[in-house]
Design a protein around this ligand. Structure first.
Ligand code: ADP
Ligand code: MG
Length: 245
């Protein structure tokens, strides 16, 4: 099932096209990586899908519904979850409380008037923490965790909104190399089992080629190659322009 259709998205800053006629589709349960040199337009593309930037032209359709240029909050409500390059968690709160806060924002606040918020959605939070392998850390303050585990908290927080599509901006940035594969393997497992489409940008080539179903290569705002990781890795133009061979 096609989840996301991006059609000829274009964004200019001054005279420069940061993204030009960028088109691709993404299926439910698929891992799609966007790679390219610095300044290629990866974040610009990403931000147009997530609603942080309004495109100059082109369209974004999620599960058949046009979401082009809607505010980020409306796009989140339509089913687009997001993680950030620098993990965003409330460090003084516990792991479970971070997830519970996300559940409150999905379900609404009304019940919290009459319920102890520390207990609210506790079971659902623990279930989500189980999915990311952090159930045993539920009551620890986030501040005590290793950075790789903070990224897992962030993933659980994003999953709490039950997204159809997850946008991950350089998810392994700042992580120790040995932790990176684990986070991407976990993301792929959860995405495939729940039918969530994942669009991610990445610098770590192992994280891309090891876990993506398809790879898009963006150079100077345009897609120069796309396909399964092995085909992209072997593409002569990609090797020349992007990998510098
Ligand atoms: P990437 O994420 O691939 O490194 P970006 O999408 O951040 O690339 O940037 C693409 C191009 O657009 C770059 O030339 C960058 O300088 C420019 N750019 C990005 N954001 C802005 C902005 N807010 N204002 C002006 N230029 C921008
Ligand atoms: Mg970027």
């Amino acid at each position: 099932m096609t989840l996301l259709v991006v059609d000829r998205l274009t964004k200019r800053f001054g005279g420069v096209a940061a993204a030009r006629d960028v088109s691709f589709t993404l299926a439910a349960g698929e891992m799609l990586a966007i790679i390219g040199p610095n300044g290629a337009g990866k974040s610009t593309t990403f931000n147009m899908v997530g609603g942080q930037l309004k495109p100059d032209s082109g369209s974004v359709t999620l599960a058949g519904r046009p979401i082009t240029g809607l505010p980020a909050r409306a796009i989140w409500r339509a089913g687009v979850g997001r993680t950030f390059q620098v993990a965003q968690a409330f460090v003084s709160m516990s792991v479970a409380e971070n997830v519970q806060m996300a559940l409150v924002s999905r379900h609404g606040r009304s019940r919290s008037l009459f319920t102890d918020t520390r207990r609210l959605y506790r079971d659902e939070a623990l279930e989500l923490l189980g999915e990311v392998g952090l159930r045993a850390e539920a009551d620890r303050p986030v501040a005590e965790l290793a950075y790789g585990d903070v990224k897992r908290v962030e993933l659980a927080v994003a999953l709490a909104s039950r997204p159809k599509l997850l946008l991950m901006d350089e998810p392994t940035a700042g992580m120790a190399p040995r932790e990176r594969g684990g986070l991407m393997a976990l993301t792929a497992r959860v995405a495939r089992s729940q039918g969530i489409g994942v669009l991610y940008t990445e610098h770590d080539m192992d994280a891309v080629f090891g876990h993506a179903d398809r790879v898009l290569v963006l150079v100077r705002g345009e897609i120069i190659a796309s396909g399964p990781p092995e085909a992209v890795r072997a593409d002569a133009q990609v090797r020349q322009v992007y990998l510098g061979e």
